[in-house]
Design a protein around this ligand. Structure first.
Ligand SMILES: *Cc1c(COP(=O)(O)O)cnc(C)c1O
Length: 294
């Protein structure tokens, strides 16, 4: 079977007063349009992992995530689409929510594990599965193979930009972007907005994926208190942005990345004439956990 992934997402230029006033062009690479429920970058990260799994005739995809994990959902859907069984180890006590229900609907078997056992993921995999049958996929898809899929974002861009921005959790997507920019010899500056507190840990993580962290600018002060944390200001920004552009973003990932980019525009971080592209990584299911905030 071939992997029928629909990428080549469109790029849209934003028309907003602040951007006109500062003469900064901001384009959005709409990876949120790759799939209605699945984060575009999660889909890209799975591409080469699944190609290898098909080649190795593996039957089962085994992976890990929190109860709202976009990666679990992506793996569940990809399993259904490409004929793999899927098993998700979920961190923490048993809960129910729309994301986990969608995982089950796609056929994923969910196993809740306490936080202590969750830390030793290789052990969970080894005790329950065999390498002949099952592929181990790290939390969030973190792997060199995953960066290969993300690198293709750069190949799809219609022009050269001065800056490229993305939200970071594990840093895999930004590592892929930096690899793409490096291999194509572009002068584009790559920027990461860590959504977790203490985002400097990403420097060693991207290094372990074969990327020189010097090639990425990490803006570590836009985490709003930590993963999935938010402030009234962030929620107000998300609301304004959605209402002024018609493009949905959510507070956990894309809201923080877009907030950071607009904040930098306001601070005149860019020079007039700069062309900036930001990757809309999708993840709109994150909104389902916060619907009562809007
Ligand atoms: C997972 C995710 C990210 C972070 O990607 P990493 O490769 O882990 O850095 C960004 N945005 C969305 C919407 C995500 O689901």
């Amino acid at each position: 079977m071939s992997l029928d992934f629909h990428f080549n997402s469109p790029v849209e230029v934003l028309d907003l007063p602040l951007l006109r006033e500062r003469k900064v062009q901001v384009s959005v690479k709409r990876d949120d349009l790759i799939h209605p429920f699945i984060s575009g970058n999660k889909w890209r990260k799975l591409k080469y992992i699944l190609m290898q799994a098909l080649e190795d005739r593996k039957k089962t995809l085994v992976t890990f995530g929190g109860a709202w994990s976009n990666h679990l959902l992506a793996t569940a859907c990809a399993g259904a689409k490409f004929g793999f069984k899927t098993h998700g180890f979920v961190r923490g006590e048993m809960v129910s929510n729309p994301v986990l229900s969608m995982c089950r609907l796609y056929g994923m078997k969910l196993q809740f594990v306490d936080r202590a056992s969750y830390r030793d993921k290789e052990m969970l995999y080894e005790q329950n599965f065999s390498v002949q049958d099952a592929v181990y996929i790290g939390e969030g898809g973190f792997s060199v193979d995953a960066t290969l899929g993300c690198k293709e974002i750069v190949q799809e861009l219609p022009q050269e930009y001065e800056h490229i921005f993305v939200a970071s959790g594990t840093g895999t997507t930004v590592a892929g972007l930096a690899t793409g920019v490096f291999e194509q010899n572009l002068s584009t500056r790559v920027h990461s907005i860590p959504v977790l507190k203490g985002g400097d840990f990403l420097k060693s993580d991207v290094q372990s994926l074969g990327v020189n962290p010097e090639n990425i600018t990490f803006h570590t002060n836009y985490h709003f208190g930590g993963y999935a944390k938010y402030t009234a200001e962030l929620l107000a920004f998300v609301t304004d942005f959605v209402q002024n552009t018609g493009i949905m973003i959510e507070p956990t990932y894309t809201g923080k990345a877009f907030y950071a980019l607009f904040d930098l525009v306001k601070q005149d971080y860019f020079v007039p004439g700069d062309q900036v592209v930001i990757i809309h990584t999708g993840g709109l299911t994150g909104f389902l956990g916060m619907y009562d905030k809007f």
